[in-house]
Design a protein around this ligand. Structure first.
Ligand code: COA
Ligand code: AMP
Length: 631
């Protein structure tokens, strides 16, 4: 057995012993009574009886331990041409005073707070300040439209909203405040206070009596101390796309989350306290929660907060510049970012301009790493390129390559092996284990390790139905794939109606719900088609109601606008076409999978239950006219 196998087996055979050892990395006000409580499975609880505070662990204790002068956050913003370094001591000042500001507005333990902010350090300050008070934050990604924000406001019922005046997205300056105002008009939940961080790049109009200026409020606030919470109390809600328009509110607890993330920093990513770590994502996504904010800060390392893109801010050398300038040891990003760099600078001319000798490893996740991108990156940068697989629900990697324990050989197309704590299996649709090399449903035997979702916010029923019902005793990942003879896992893609656009998870079901609201539409289907840059892009086919004779391009333009306005630009919904009918089974199920395969020029099976086999050739012709079918 390799040293990794020993650790892995220990975690599966004796999970309580394993995680109790890991829990030593966290400072507890009161040690837990029980590592794992399985009495109400599948609502497993980690570190029951433990008292702690996540913000204390991420900020205060590093200052108390004499590391106050260490840089906690490097804010590197090519879009505003600024670089700021914030030490742990400065972070403590900012967070405790902002927590005081929240407290002055009535925010208490257990309250929810929505944060709608761009990639500025104030977003982390806001998250940590909520954690400090035991309040539950819910960060909403800035690329979501007011309607999506309103859905989250109504579901999370925040006491207040924290936002900023705007963002620079590539070369565009975007106002955030009108989006928040609009969302508050759309939502039914009453929010009395909005705290607004005014940025120099754009000024927001304030609404008298409701909006509070961040700086002014902080100026008259007193610092607030950490509030003791139960390890099992919620730290945050993060909404993620499901198969319908209603996103799932994934809940993360305090104790298990802190233990797991702390453990991964060294064991998975091989980062030590004080080293510079960069996760090039956004605080609005799970990667941003776990590895821009909480993971590195819990460990006491330095996290790079990057407000820019891999290309265009200003060029395809941006990543190399940041690595070189801040002595980044390891970078975590989505393969899309590297595909974008590869497209702009295939020969790596920009790479040659910078001294990146500090750089030891590139971690990729969010979508499958295609072999082309893997090899291109490996050859160019000459360091290991490590794929790892995870989901918003899990909060950290399910399958990865634990470089801090033992680096395993990379096999292209595989994120390597199940991580300690995850007992991964592949089952057929009837729940039987399939032989090595055979594709099926990837599942994880319960209990899930600490740091995974504990339930869905105010929806235990949906938690059970979405994840725990199809394969009793297992967590259903909704990803398909296989495990080879060496135990390497291969993740081939989602089995449901979730698609992955540039490493972002979006619901085709949600897009269909919006399109169906168009007065001329009888029915529609949206599915993901492969895209060289973004991995997948949505494509829509629609049937109009009897008697509608309008120009189909006009209708398409309206649908594109509706999806953009309802979900946001991040949905990247730009292509749709009218068809006479959609392929369906006799029971009325639309054959989205078949259409997806056709559009991707892949082999497909037409189910024997298809209503009318002739529709397939009509659909193929339409997808050919749209430029997808090339064979
Ligand atoms: N606020 C508002 N709008 C946003 C936004 C934000 N935070 N982030 C993205 N958008 C908008 C973009 O401006 C774009 O709008 P447009 O249709 O008007 O051009 C749209 O949403 C799609 O954005 P994106 O997918 O980022 O596409 P892009 O063409 O601007 O950039 C890449 C392409 C490849 C450079 C970009 O997708 C990228 O950096 N990918 C890496 C992904 C990543 O880090 N994922 C993290 C998950 S681990
Ligand atoms: P999200 O919840 O937004 O992180 O998206 C999770 C989904 O992204 C997973 O269910 C997978 O479909 C996909 N995904 C994430 N990482 C990988 C990876 N390394 N390989 C393949 N798919 C991935």
């Amino acid at each position: 057995m390799t040293s990794f196998d020993v650790v892995f087996q220990g975690s599966i055979n004796n999970p309580e012993e394993f995680w109790a050892e890991a829990a030593k990395g966290i400072s507890w006000y009161k040690e837990y009574d029980k590592v794992l409580d399985s009495t109400n499975a599948p609502f497993y609880k980690w570190f029951v009886g433990g008292k702690m505070n996540t913000c204390y662990n991420a900020v205060d204790r590093h200052v108390e331990n004499g590391c106050g002068d260490r840089v906690a956050i490097i804010y590197d913003s090519p879009v505003t041409k600024s670089i700021t370094k914030i030490t742990y001591r400065e972070l403590l000042d900012k967070v405790s005073i902002f927590a005081g500001a929240l407290k002055s507005q009535g925010v208490e333990k257990g309250d929810t707070v929505i944060i709608y902010m761009p990639m500025i350090p104030e977003a982390a300050v806001a998250m940590l300040a909520c954690a400090r008070l035991g309040a539950v934050h819910s960060v909403v990604f800035g690329g979501f439209a007011p309607n999506e924000l309103a859905i989250r406001i109504d579901h999370a019922q925040p006491k207040l909203i924290i936002t900023a005046s705007g963002a620079i997205e590539g070369k565009k300056t975007l106002a955030y405040k009108p989006l928040v105002d609009n969302a508050l008009e759309l939502s039914t939940h009453n929010v009395n206070k909005v705290i607004l961080f005014q940025r120099n790049i754009i000024k927001a109009e304030m609404i008298e009596g409701r909006d509070l200026d961040w700086d002014e409020l902080v100026g008259k606030s007193e610092p607030a101390d950490c509030v003791e919470v139960d390890a099992t109390d919620p730290l945050y809600i993060l909404y993620t796309s499901g198969t319908t328009g209603m996103p799932k509110g994934v809940i993360r607890d305090n104790g298990g989350h802190a233990v797991a993330l702390y453990w991964t920093m060294k064991n998975l990513y091989d980062i030590n306290p004080g080293e510079v770590w960069w996760s090039a994502s956004d605080v609005g996504w799970v990667v941003g929660h776990s590895y821009i904010v909480y993971g590195p800060l819990l460990q006491g390392s330095t996290t790079v907060f990057y407000e820019g893109k891999p290309i265009g801010t200003p060029d395809a050398g941006a990543f190399w510049r940041v690595i070189s300038e801040h002595k980044v040891k390891a970078l975590f990003t989505a393969p899309t970012a590297f595909r974008a760099i590869k497209k702009e600078d295939p020969k790596g001319v920009f790479f040659e301009k910078y001294d990146t000798s500090c750089f030891e490893c590139l971690y990729l996740a969010g979508e499958r790493t295609d072999p082309d991108t893997l090899h291109w990156a490996e050859n160019l940068i000459g360091v290991p390129v490590i794929d790892h697989w995870w989901q918003t629900e899990t909060g950290w990697a399910i399958v990865g390559n634990c470089r801090g324990i033992e680096e395993l050989p990379v096999k292209e197309g595989s994120p390597t092996k199940p991580m300690p704590g995850y007992d991964v299996h592949v089952l057929d649709d009837d729940g039987n284990e399939v032989p090595a090399g055979t594709e099926g449903n990837i599942v994880v035997k319960l209990p899930l390790p600490p740091g995974n979702l504990t339930t869905l916010w105010r929806n235990d029923e949906r938690f059970i139905k979405s994840y725990m019902t199809t394969f009793p005793g297992y967590y259903e990942t909704s990803d398909g794939g296989y495990i080879d003879e060496d135990g390497y896992v291969y993740v081939m893609g989602r089995m449901d109606d979730v698609i992955n656009i540039a490493g972002h998870r979006l619901s085709t079901g949600a897009m269909e719900e919006i399109i169906s609201n168009h007065p001329d539409i009888a029915e529609c289907a949206v599915f993901g088609t492969d895209d060289k840059l973004k991995g997948q892009l949505p494509v829509g086919l629609f049937v109009v109601k009897a008697g509608v004779t309008r120009d189909s391009d006009e209708i398409t333009a309206e649908l594109v606008k509706m999806v953009r306005e309802s979900i946001g630009p991040i949905a990247c919904f730009k292509e749709a076409s009218q068809v006479l009918r959609l392929p369906k089974t006799r029971s009325g199920k639309i054959l989205r999978g078949t259409m997806r395969s056709i559009s991707n020029n892949k082999e497909y099976n037409v189910p024997s239950t298809i209503d009318d086999p002739l529709i397939i050739s009509e659909i193929t012709d339409t997808l050919r006219d749209m430029g997808y079918v090339t064979k």
